[in-house]
Design a protein around this ligand. Structure first.
Ligand code: NOJ
Length: 563
């Protein structure tokens, strides 16, 4: 079983700019977070992952760091940070920092020096190349549209940026860069932080020689993710970081690693690898993308059989060999209830069903702020209301290519990262109680109905359901460590799985849609008593478990003692 505190924990993710504003400037801040720690403690979460709070010009909401050892002025001061950490620890909660080691801001002093001349001692802190045939050094496409290369007029060379041009990639081939990053990680650990989520860590190594990617369509740039994702040397670099720095602290680490399946994930998280505790996988995040190559914006309906296949594969392959990080939403994804549930007619039951799904899997469950009250996507009419750099770049590129406005906005309504970034809805007062000023991004207009204050008051709310799920995790080891087994692999509506640990078995029954299918519990399960641990509907009087009619988005978890 190899017990660890981070396996038994539940993580809550905070996107600080949208969590709570304490000073009326329309932007969330550290004092705002402190003011809500009691709410989080009451929910019962153990670890709080705070998205980047470092000094930053904020082109990508803090994922563009200009000083790793200072706090973004909009968010507060280092004293506020120290207090935040203390207040969390006083409440028995741990703090996981979000650290961006793949790139910095273009305003980081290292980059300012690096770009100043070709012979500057920091030139090699970043990746500089000469152009080719009057254009960029190769045809790789950035995650945020356009080329990964930006021509810098100061020295007439290109620098590489996998994300926006305000996020130049660091050169991990330079040992001085590595030393500086290690030193900085250590500096945070000495302050007492309890872990890291390593942003974009899969990309710190790029294909040698920066070769062009195949380009059958002859387009200007191509998605060439294989050229800079999960390359072999990433593991050597992570092992060094582990052995020289992380190993000496009892912390939790999770890497953001797109583009791999569970077998390759074991290279990061396998027992004995000395790299990371877990990784965020992305396979299920592409279930509603038209094709692997089409990127996220081309949306198609997702399919339950595919979800089962992906999740089952991760559950089975990592069992006893590594550890999963389970999530349906974060600051880069649409709201889970809008994407995988039904936010129109079954918001409450479907949000509870999805929560049951995630919390009963093997792995550490992650809750994204607002998910615990069933916050939904937004659909702002005008592009002027969007703030996300990825969304704005996508819009501009598509407009330039003549794609009709309605088509672009439809994709943005489904997939923009701003769906998850609208301010947290605390109550039904002005701007949902998030700020007394003008919020940096509009509050979702449904805050009168969907807000934390009313959820806390209502014992049947999604919030109280989460609270119960979290409490159950503490009471039953089988929820943390039990082995997963899929039942009904071919059923297109019901997702059923068991988790078994020694003489205990959980049976998790999830109706993923609004139809009312019948589930016939297998005979061997009905033969010994089933204890209902949690469900999102009251059981029906006189129901027959051998022929159970499930209600829309119904979820039930039974515990059974085996002989
Ligand atoms: C992944 C982060 O989650 C995302 O928000 C960010 O834009 C990119 N990495 C670049 O740092």
């Amino acid at each position: 079983m190899n017990p660890k505190w981070w396996k038994e924990s539940v993580v809550y993710q905070i996107y600080p700019i949208s969590f709570m504003d304490s000073n009326g400037d329309g932007v969330g801040d550290l004092r705002g977070i402190i003011s809500k720690l009691d709410y989080l403690q009451d929910l019962g979460v153990d670890v709080i992952w705070v998205c980047p709070i470092y000094k930053s010009p904020n082109h990508d909401n803090g994922y563009d760091i200009s000083d790793y050892c200072d706090i973004m002025k909009e968010f507060g001061t280092m004293d506020d940070f120290d207090r935040l950490l203390r207040e969390m620890h006083l409440r028995g909660m741990k703090l996981m920092m979000d650290l961006v080691l793949n790139h910095t801001s273009h305003q980081h002093p290292w980059f300012i020096e690096s770009r100043s001349s070709k012979d500057n001692p920091k030139r090699d802190f970043y990746i500089w190349r000469k152009g080719k045939n009057g254009g960029p050094p190769n045809n790789w496409e950035s995650y945020f549209s356009g080329s990964v290369w930006e021509l810098d007029p100061q020295t007439d060379e290109y620098y590489l940026h996998l994300y926006s041009k305000y996020q130049p990639d660091l050169n991990w081939e330079n040992p001085v860069v590595i030393d500086k990053l290690h030193e900085m990680v250590q500096w945070w650990l000495k302050k007492g932080v309890d872990g890291f989520r390593f942003d974009a860590i899969a990309h710190i190594v790029k294909a040698e020689g920066f070769p062009d990617a195949d380009n059958p369509g002859g387009t200007q740039t191509v998605r060439a993710y294989d050229m800079f994702s999960n390359l072999e040397n990433v593991h050597t670099l992570l092992q060094n970081l582990h052995d020289q720095v992380l190993y000496f602290y009892d912390i939790m680490t999770v890497g953001e690693t797109s583009g791999l399946g569970p077998e390759r994930a074991l290279d990061y998280v396998g027992d004995g690898r000395r790299e990371l505790n877990m990784t965020f996988q992305f396979e299920h995040m592409f279930l509603d993308a038209a094709s692997a190559g089409s990127g996220k914006w081309d949306v198609v309906p997702w399919n339950l059989l595919d979800l089962k296949k992906i999740i089952t594969n991760w559950q089975v392959v990592l069992h006893n060999r590594g550890w999963n990080a389970n999530y349906l939403c974060n600051h880069d994804q649409p709201r889970s209830v809008s994407r995988f549930g039904n936010d129109l007619f079954y918001r409450v039951p479907s949000a509870k069903m999805l929560a049951t799904f995630i919390h009963m899997l093997e792995g550490t469950p992650y809750i994204y702020q607002g998910e615990e009250i069933g916050m939904t996507n937004v659909a702002f009419e005008s592009i002027d209301n969007y703030r996300d750099v990825e969304t704005l770049n996508y819009y501009e590129e598509k407009r330039r290519n003549g794609v009709p406005e309605e088509q672009i906005m439809a994709a943005i309504h489904k997939k923009s990262r701003d769906n998850a970034r609208t301010p947290m809805q605390w109550d039904n007062t002005f701007e949902g109680g998030f700020t007394t000023g003008d919020p940096w991004l509009k509050v979702n207009s449904n805050y009168m109905e969907v807000n934390a204050a009313s959820a806390v008051k209502d014992p049947d709310s999604i919030y109280h359901y989460y609270k119960k799920l979290i409490a159950l995790r503490r009471q039953h080891q089988v929820i943390v460590y039990g082995e997963y087994q899929l039942l009904l692999p071919e059923d297109t509506e019901i997702y059923v799985y068991t988790r078994t640990l020694e003489n205990e078995r959980l049976l998790v029954i999830l109706n993923f849609f609004e139809r009312e299918p019948i589930y016939e519990l297998p005979d061997d399960m009905i033969s010994s008593p089933l204890e209902l641990l949690i469900s999102n509907y009251e059981p029906q009087k006189g129901e027959d478990l051998s022929h159970l009619k499930l209600r829309p988005y119904e979820a039930r978890v039974y515990l059974q003692r085996l002989h």
